[in-house]
Design a protein around this ligand. Structure first.
Ligand code: ZN
Length: 216
């Protein structure tokens, strides 16, 4: 069953520890910029991590100057994770995502993949991929399973992911044990930010829609 609306503790902890691939981190950071409850959860895990660091006995490095220099270089060169802005962006695009695709959703380079479905792949490093996906109102992503985590953040419209309906700012997180059939609500086109580890495994490849979504 998909996790919806807010971050589960396991994902909040992984984000706070900086262990999520960049593609998944973008989705989480974007969700955090839109959800007070999830942001409080991550800040709680950040505080626990800080307390643990403070409890560790310091180790003197003076006997090896090179070790000190290389450690500082590693810290300076490590990944920098911006804290999500506490307020939601006036743009449809969340602030953490704007660093990758700009502020204007109409200006991003949408590419058609067929039957009205469009996507923009966001350039990231690491094993997972993240994309903006535009699904026409009433269109379903055919029933499929997953090879790893899949995170979906709704930015416009609504996504029916039985038994839940995701609205703007809600996040759905499923794993390799979950099979589902998300449908864009008929009220409007659905734009979402979705990150996946590995490929989707469609139950049936005979439908044209399945062939469309296999291409993304
Ligand atoms: Zn899925």
């Amino acid at each position: 069953m998909p996790t919806t609306h807010c971050l589960p503790d396991k994902v909040a902890m992984a984000y706070a520890a900086g262990t999520l691939p960049e593609a998944l981190s973008i989705v989480v950071a974007s969700h955090l910029s839109m959800c007070d409850e999830s942001r409080a959860s991550v800040e709680g895990f950040d505080a626990v991590g800080g307390a643990l660091l403070n409890s560790i006995e310091p180790v003197r490095l003076e006997s090896d100057d090179n070790l000190l220099i290389s450690t500082l270089a590693l810290i300076r060169g490590g990944p920098i994770r911006e804290q999500p802005a506490p307020k939601e962006s006036e743009s449809l695009l969340p602030i953490p995502l704007q660093e990758y695709v700009g502020t204007d959703i109409a200006a991003v380079p949408w590419k058609s993949v067929g039957l009205g479905v469009e996507q923009v792949v966001v350039k990231t490093c690491g094993p997972a991929t993240v994309r903006l996906l535009k699904v026409p109102a009433g269109v379903a992503v055919p029933e499929h399973g997953h090879e790893g985590l899949e995170m979906t953040l709704v930015l416009q419209g609504a996504l029916i992911d039985h038994p839940s309906t995701l609205q703007r700012g809600d996040i759905s997180i499923v794993d390799q044990h979950c099979t589902h059939l998300p449908i864009a609500d008929i009220s409007s086109n659905c734009i979402c930010l979705t990150a996946t580890e590995g490929a989707l495994r469609f139950k049936s490849l005979s439908s044209k829609l399945a062939q469309v979504f296999r291409r993304i």
